[in-house]
Write a protein that binds this ligand. Structure first.
Ligand code: BES
Ligand code: MN
Ligand code: MN
Length: 462
């Protein structure tokens, strides 16, 4: 029997090598060309669960990419932890901005990660963080330290909106029955300021198409006389926010929860340095909604962002053309108690209403998700807090995040469980960006902290 530190010390090279093997498989859920790699990754996760001590593992088919399921039930009377994570990753492009290929992991030192960081797509989001849980299970089973039952549900469609997971949960309630859901798919403030994520924003993702004339036109012969869809789309997008960067869609703020002055003061106590923030991003100033701090703009306030915009001639040199069409992908981050379906409708109605007669617009909704916040005065949160105290020597700070994990609110609704978001990534880990990485220190710290959660949670439930 070894304690967790000794076990990690002895096995850390293997822990890193195993993660690297999984990171090599390009499990890009958005691109159907990688369907086979999705299955290979699911198989690898299943095998890892089996080796780590699960007594049942299974690849569960869905109408989309499969879910990997595993469980180890030691005693029906003990509580059950359900671990959720995802094995799919974001597309790695733009490829030329990577310093090493996204699916050929390398370990390099960085300023924030002097112990080295693993560079690869999915290193932090979420293969690295998901794999911490598998290694924590390995430690607990190998050393007789597993105090309760455990189930794993690792999905392959998180990065494309978890489209079929709602269906999967509704049809497998018994199989997924649990006493708490544990997720590592978020971040923490810094390596010496641990934090637990207590909120996630919701999301409404739209696509718009603006159509003008029935063909691309000569911009000299027709320019000035016929509406240019790109000019018009730009104006329409610009009008979606006003001079205070408030969103102008009627009804958009109707359900937005306003925090009390006390809650805002409490939030402002979390360590944050705006100069550092700007320096890291190489920007001269921040930008956002009037009346709110950067931290607030990125967590408790809703936003609207254009994710992509295209149309017309973008090849080399110049072509004088008045394009027939223009497109944009626009997402809105939502906060309690905004309903993404309602917001998607409001967006569509408004966008159609502001289009000039010269064009027609077509607005479609992609995926979405509800926002989520959790209280901290629960047994579950307190168990997590103690787990961090054990390994960081500090009480973690509760922090609302700006990101989204759409399935979290559905979990709460369908499975009626509390959800604990124990993330070990850093904001600078470049998730979804070129050169994504995950600190070796963070990876091992996660493996060390997770078993403590099981222990404190089981004790609390006795
Ligand atoms: N793991 C992230 C979400 C996240 C990251 C939350 C960091 C908090 C801190 C997740 O994989 C993700 O990228 N979610 C998407 C939404 C999804 C529908 C594509 C997001 O937030 O854009
Ligand atoms: Mn993720
Ligand atoms: Mn992601």
């Amino acid at each position: 029997m070894q304690n967790v530190q000794a076990y990690i010390d002895e096995h850390k090279q293997r822990f890193i090598d195993e993660l690297i093997d999984i990171l090599k498989i390009p499990s890009i859920s958005a691109d159907s060309a990688y369907k086979k790699d999705m299955l290979t990754t699911a198989e690898a996760v299943k095998e890892a669960l089996q080796k780590a001590g699960c007594d049942t593992t299974e690849i569960c088919e869905t109408p989309g990419h499969p879910v990997v399921y595993g469980k180890k039930i030691i005693d029906k009377n003990l509580p059950t932890v359900l671990v959720y994570g995802h094995y799919d990753v974001q597309p790695p492009d733009p490829l030329d901005l990577w310093n090493s290929p996204p699916f050929e992991p390398v370990i390099k030192e960085t300023e924030l990660h002097p112990e080295g960081a693993i560079f690869a797509r999915g290193a932090c989001d979420d293969k690295g963080q998901m794999y911490m849980h598998i290694k924590a299970l390995e430690y607990m089973t190998a050393n007789n330290e597993l105090p309760c039952n455990v189930k794993f549900m690792i999905e392959g469609e998180e990065e494309v909106g978890s489209e079929h997971l709602g269906w999967f949960i509704k049809n497998n309630k018994e199989k997924l029955a649990n006493d708490v859901i544990l997720i590592s798919d978020t971040g923490m403030i810094s390596k010496d300021v641990p934090s637990i994520t207590t909120g996630l924003r919701g999301l409404a993702y739209m696509e718009v198409e603006v159509t003008g004339p029935n063909r691309d036109l000569h911009s000299g012969l027709y320019g000035g006389a016929v509406g240019n869809p790109i000019n018009i789309l730009s104006k329409m997008i610009a009008s979606l926010t006003d001079e205070n960067n408030h969103i102008t869609i009627p009804g958009f703020y109707d359900k937005v929860e306003e925090l009390s002055a006390e809650e805002r003061t409490k939030m402002a106590e979390a360590p944050y340095n705006e100069e550092e923030y700007k320096k890291k991003l190489n920007i001269n100033d921040v930008y956002g909604e009037a009346g709110y701090s950067t931290t607030e703009r990125g967590s408790i306030r809703p936003t609207l962002d254009v994710n992509g915009i295209w149309g017309g001639y973008i090849g080399e040199g110049a072509k004088t053309v008045l394009p027939a069409k223009a497109f944009a992908k626009i997402s809105m981050r939502l906060v309690p108690d905004q309903d993404w379906k309602k917001i998607s409708e409001l967006f569509k109605m408004h966008f159609e209403s502001i289009a000039p007669e010269a064009v027609t617009v077509n607005v479609t909704a992609h995926h979405g998700g509800f926002p989520y916040v959790t209280p901290i005065d629960t047994e579950e949160y307190q168990a997590a807090s103690k787990a961090y105290e054990d390994t960081f020597g500090k009480t973690p700070i509760p922090q609302r995040s700006g990101g989204s994990i759409p399935i979290v609110s559905l979990f709460e609704k369908e499975l009626e469980s509390k959800i604990i978001l124990m993330g070990f990534g850093l904001d600078t880990d470049a998730i979804h960006s070129p050169n994504e990485h995950f600190g070796v220190w963070n990876y091992l710290k996660g493996i060390e902290t997770i078993p403590n959660f099981y222990k404190h949670f089981t004790e609390a439930k006795k």
